[in-house]
Design a protein around this ligand. Structure first.
Ligand code: HEC
Length: 122
């Protein structure tokens, strides 16, 4: 039993090392992005309940044509970069009171960082 769980552990470690190794593509989607994918597509022009996140880095908040943003986000004056995304993804409601993004934020700094790094490649 002990030997079995030991080898299962080894396989798990090997999988982890492979998935975070330097060979992994820059665009690899971090696990934490799964919470966003239900509302956000990463293809350009594809808006779901939330706006497409393609090209979000450098974009002015609330500026995508064809998506009905909340007045609050449109008036926020934010431009999306590593810093503003970090605030936004820590607490959307505190960063932009009145936003219609119903998401409480990613509390784990490491996961937040991974999601932001990924967003900036889109
Ligand atoms: C339950 C649905 C939902 C989830 C989950 C969600 N979002 Fe959103 N998101 C929205 C909506 C709706 C908006 C538009 C907000 C507004 O207009 O106030 C939005 C807006 C945004 C914006 C601003 C885009 C722009 O064009 O200005 C970013 C960036 C964003 N979301 C990132 C994320 C990320 C990253 C996650 C996951 C960690 C996430 N969202 C999770 C629904 C969601």
């Amino acid at each position: 039993m002990l030997r079995l769980s030991g080898s299962v552990f080894c396989v798990a470690m090997a999988l982890m090392v492979t998935s975070i190794g330097p060979a992994s593509a820059q665009k690899a989607r971090p696990a934490a992005f799964a919470q966003c994918a239900g509302c956000h597509a990463t293809e350009s022009g594809k808006n779901l309940f939330g706006p497409s996140l393609a090209g979000v880095g450098g974009r002015r908040a609330g500026s995508l044509a064809g998506y009905a943003y909340s007045p609050a986000l449109k008036a926020s004056g934010l431009t999306w970069n590593a810093k503003t995304l970090d605030r936004w993804l820590t607490s959307p409601k505190k960063t932009v009171p009145g936003t219609k993004m119903p998401f409480n934020g990613i509390q784990d700094p490491k996961s937040r960082e991974q999601v932001i790094a990924y967003l900036l490649t889109l």
